[in-house]
Write a protein that binds this ligand. Structure first.
Ligand SMILES: C[S@@+](CC[C@H](N)C(=O)[O-])C[C@H]1O[C@@H](n2cnc3c(N)ncnc32)[C@H](O)[C@@H]1O
Length: 451
């Protein structure tokens, strides 16, 4: 008879044992017998699913007892299992939220049953009608389940929006932070899709932008002499997976540099006679890039350091928190440079109230302190590993081009340059090797409308 017993929904609050854990338990029961009775509640197994399975598989008659507690049967499941299982804080938070939700359902059912009863009457489940249990704070719940309040909050949000994700956390397939990221990504994408659709339905005229899906080496020759400004943030050969596998971004140095020399020359050929070329690059390659840009016949205007405000902490070297922006022009005597696009209030204005201060402020220094886009930034697009802030692309586009000009990015990614261009009423051509990045960045641009 016992093999046909069902598990009580409360029992399923606790994830199943791994096969290894279960085999250990089964071996222990085979050797020493079943120590603890399986607990039954409402004719189903409340606690002891694995003991029951082991006894059945071993051909032993399982020992049972009825649950006779006075509080909630959920508390028994939790108190019996949390301490003896290896569960992560994320899994504990999920169990906490599922338990609270179940308790609320239980309470609502009881309230419906007691609607016609008075305090002190007996309910169908044999318990007395009691005043409603005071809701516990998130901190209290977190403490009971040995997790943290932030995780409980995240699990509750996920439970409301996409409960399937919590099952994956409970089963150990993903962590709670990964589930949260996945939910945020989906919500952001849905929002983008909604905005893109709304913008498409009201669009009057062709878009100011185009994303080419392909290899920049093949598309750049079609743009000869047309770009007023080019911004390039190439792969840095650091083993980042942009969709073609990490090896594609891990070439032998000579091969990487030869490839870079090729597209740098092509970009130089795409510039208008008064155009400028800006390249964002990491420490590993910055010196080589300066030389390659000169070899392409271009002239340096500035070597800008982007101070990202924080980065990689090192143990035996200075922390990595900056990148290089090479700013080169085709003609050192003829170029577009709008100082107002890259100006700030001077110390004379803000600190000293000096009447001689230029009311237009002063041009930025060649160290740009702009925070990198962390995973939680509002501006951050889902699914892009290396998105550049609009504060950078916006400044470059506005400084080095005029409305109506063509702006090109041979490594378009999330189209950060494209967004800056469209917002500034410039035309944009982006080239991107990844089909998925093309699709997502097109959505991002569509969502802008004609800006
Ligand atoms: C560092 S990321 C650019 C990120 C971009 N600046 C942003 O803000 O999202 C480099 C991009 O170049 C793309 N890429 C790599 N090789 C390429 C190629 N040969 N032609 C065009 N795009 C390429 C990658 O897929 C990746 O999206």
């Amino acid at each position: 008879m016992s093999e046909t017993l069902c598990f009580h929904p409360f029992a399923n609050l606790i994830p199943s044992m791994s096969d290894e854990e279960y085999q250990g338990l089964k071996a222990d029961i085979a050797e020493h017998g079943q120590h603890e009775a399986i607990v039954l509640y409402e004719g189903q197994i409340l606690d002891g699913r694995h003991r029951h399975r082991a006894c059945c598989e071993l051909g032993l008659v399982p020992k049972f007892r009825e649950w006779e507690g006075s509080g909630s049967a959920i508390d028994l499941v939790v108190s019996e299992n949390l301490h003896r299982r290896h569960l992560t804080p994320g899994q504990r938070a999920v169990i906490a939220v599922e338990a609270v939700n179940l308790q609320q359902l239980q309470m609502q059912a009881r309230e419906r049953s007691v609607a016609n009863l008075r305090r002190g009457d007996t309910l169908p489940d044999g318990n007395l009608v009691a005043p409603r249990e005071q809701g516990r704070t998130r901190d209290q719940v977190a403490a009971q389940y040995s997790t943290n309040s932030r995780y409980v909050q995240d699990a509750q949000i996920i439970s409301n929006a996409k409960p399937e994700l919590l099952e994956q956390v409970k089963d150990g397939q993903i962590t709670l932070p990964q589930a949260k990221q996945s939910l945020l990504r989906e919500q952001k994408l849905a929002e983008l899709q909604r905005k893109a659709e709304a913008a498409r339905s009201t669009a009057d005229g062709p878009p100011l932008w185009k994303i080419h899906h392909g290899d920049c080496l093949e598309v750049l020759p079609t743009l000869a002499g047309s770009a007023r400004v080019i911004f390039a943030d190439p792969p840095y050969n650091l083993g980042i997976d942009y969709g073609a596998g990490a090896d594609a971004d891990n070439l032998p140095p000579d091969q990487y540099l030869a490839w870079c020399r090729g597209w740098i020359q092509q970009c130089a050929d795409c510039l208008t006679p008064d155009g400028s070329f800006w390249i964002l690059i990491s420490d590993e390659w910055a010196d080589y890039f300066g030389v390659m840009l000169r070899e392409a016949g271009l002239h340096r205007r500035a070597w800008i350091k982007w101070y990202e405000t924080f980065g990689t902490n090192c143990v035996n070297n200075f922390n990595r928190c900056s990148r290089h922006i090479h700013y080169f022009v085709k003609n050192p005597r003829c170029f577009v440079f709008d100082p107002f696009a890259v100006s700030r209030l001077s110390d004379r204005q803000t600190k000293y109230g000096d009447k001689r201060a230029n009311p237009g402020g002063k041009i930025w220094d060649d160290v740009w302190k702009i925070a990198r886009l962390t995973g939680t930034c509002e501006e951050r697009m889902p699914g892009f590993p290396t998105q550049v802030p609009l504060a950078i692309t916006g400044a470059i586009v506005k400084c080095a081009s005029e409305p109506g000009d063509l702006v090109v990015d041979p490594f378009s990614g999330s189209a950060s340059t494209g967004v800056a261009a469209v917002q500034g009423k410039r035309r944009y051509v982006g080239i991107e090797a990844s089909a998925e990045f093309c699709r997502l960045s097109e959505l991002r641009l569509q969502a802008l409308g004609q800006a």
